[in-house]
Write a protein that binds this ligand. Structure first.
Ligand code: SAM
Length: 249
């Protein structure tokens, strides 16, 4: 399994810094990630390489024209490889860890279209795009950061990308809970001690402590994530006790 992407953008240089560092760089070298960046201006239909125009009806800002996007998508798809075409947009469906997992499981190349300015001509949605994704309820200047968010979050789920494949199994959201707290050396800093159980060497107790801290943290910070149906009787008892106490995490 590998993660593979095409990205359409007017800022192709934007991507190299992020893709050429750390885990993503290694993933590319291992052949587990493939990203091709396409410059939208190469698909403009006039000699000035125009990709945007004034909005019909007036108003501020510019809008990406449909022809360059249409031409870019047609040209990219000409290789016959199966793809899902996705528009990055604040009005899209909210992106979650579940979305990342589902998109990876499709086992298809993802074609990400990055908007700028006021966004794209509405007909891009009607004619070209299969999915529309927002990475959060805020507005960025362009779709490049959202594209990198999607590339990063999907790539780290590909087996072999992380040093230890178990790391992504216990992470926040993957288990339906926020992750438990982590500590490393020193064992004490400015009077704050690492919990004794983590130094005890008792793996059973460590596992239990981590589960309970994940439950506590999720209950306090994001109780909307808790799906009681998926919890064990021991989890439910712990939650019941939590509800009767004042905790802060
Ligand atoms: N006028 C648009 C609106 O109000 O919905 C905002 C356009 S935004 C300034 C320019 C581009 O940034 C969008 O076309 C989209 O590609 C990208 N973008 C901005 N915020 C985003 C978000 N939260 N999620 C995904 N893409 C986003």
């Amino acid at each position: 399994m590998k993660a593979s992407f095409d990205v359409i953008t007017i800022f192709p240089n934007f991507f190299s810094a992020y893709l050429n560092e750390g885990i993503l760089k290694k993933a590319i070298h291992k052949g587990l990630l493939d990203v091709k960046i396409h410059n939208l201006r190469d698909y403009a239909v006039d000699k000035h390489k125009t990709v945007d125009d004034y909005p019909y009806g007036g108003g501020p800002g510019m809008v990406f024209k449909i022809e360059p996007i249409y031409n870019a998508v047609e040209s990219i798809k000409a290789d016959g490889v199966e793809r899902v075409t996705i528009l990055l947009s604040p009005v899209g469906k909210l992106y979650t860890q579940e979305t990342a997992k589902n998109l990876l499981m499709l086992n298809k190349r993802l074609l990400l279209i990055c908007g700028r300015y006021e966004g794209v001509d509405e007909r891009v949605r009607e004619l070209i795009v299969e999915e529309e994704i927002s990475i959060g309820d805020y507005v960025l200047t362009g779709g490049e950061l959202p594209a990198l968010v999607i590339i990063d979050s999907i790539t780290r789920l590909v087996p072999g990308v992380l040093g230890d494949d178990m790391s992504c199994l216990e992470e926040s959201f993957t288990t339906g809970l926020l992750e438990y707290p982590h500590y490393t050396r020193p064992a004490e800093f400015k009077g704050l001690k690492v919990p004794d159980v983590l130094i005890s060497g008792n793996h059973q107790q460590i596992k239990r402590w981590r589960r309970q801290e994940a439950l506590r943290r999720t209950f306090i910070r994001r109780s909307d994530l808790i799906r009681e149906k998926e919890l064990s009787p021991e989890d439910l008892e712990f939650l019941r006790q939590l509800k009767n106490t004042d905790s802060k995490v």
